[in-house]
Write a protein that binds this ligand. Structure first.
Ligand code: ATP
Length: 213
């Protein structure tokens, strides 16, 4: 079996160190070939408006440019419709038919995973690697809890010998940073230094993103 690939979808509005640290940490801990970050065009899960997809894509490229383990895919950005994870996963499955795929997500996403479009097909084609996020946990007797009892593995070797279908909870050092916290700070003229790489902070300043109207 080949080395697993990590896939990390999100809005990244904007990307921050919570995203980047958990992606890199999981890449090392699970010995993934690399992690590909995939910004969506329109999220099925987010109600608020996002800035132009090209800005979010450019900031991700700036944030990851000096890190070989992190790559960026424009597949969802280039498909101007609601971005369903299942379509993206099937695209990667077709391109990598015999390589395990690990879809990364924070615990806030996992607790709602069984509401995602065709979530069973997602889990059929890839593993889920869930990282802790301060303030979120699986509730007893929830759908997420049932799913965990059926699919959880604590053995990372299972992620290499199967192409998909397992769920692994990754105990990362959690960073309580969110994009919404950053957007709020910018709109109140508060600094976002140390929440995101300097190149992203500079890009936001130059393009006057997220300022209050
Ligand atoms: P917002 O605050 O606008 O809702 P966000 O910070 O949650 O955004 P997203 O782009 O929506 O960021 O998240 C993409 C993925 O990254 C999701 O799976 C989410 O759970 C995960 N994630 C976001 N922030 C963190 C963090 N600080 N630690 C671990 N995972 C995170």
């Amino acid at each position: 079996m080949k080395t697993p690939i990590g896939l990390f979808g999100g809005t990244f509005n904007p990307v921050h160190h919570g995203h980047l640290r958990s992606a890199l940490d999981i890449c090392h801990a699970l010995s993934l070939a690399h992690v590909t970050l995939i910004p969506n065009f329109i999220s099925p899960h987010k109600q608020h408006e996002t800035i132009a997809p090209t800005h979010r894509l450019t900031m991700l490229t700036l944030a990851t440019q000096s890190c070989q383990q992190l790559k960026v895919s424009d597949i969802e950005i280039n498909s101007p419709t609601v971005s369903f994870t299942v379509d993206t996963i099937i695209h990667f499955r077709n391109n990598y038919p015999d390589q395990p795929l690990c879809f990364l997500m924070g615990m806030d996403s996992f607790v709602n995973f069984t509401t995602w479009h065709r979530w069973q097909d997602i889990l059929q084609h890839c593993h889920l690697v869930v990282s802790q996020r301060p303030g979120y946990q699986v509730e007893a007797q929830s759908d997420a809890h049932t799913l965990l009892t059926q699919h959880e593995t604590k053995n990372i070797n299972d992620l290499r010998v199967n192409l998909g279908g397992r769920i692994y909870l990754h105990q990362a050092f959690p960073l309580a940073i969110s994009s919404s916290q950053m957007r709020q700070a910018i709109s109140e003229n508060q600094p976002i230094t140390f929440l995101t790489p300097p190149a992203v902070e500079a890009y936001i300043t130059t393009h006057q993103l997220y300022l209050a109207n």
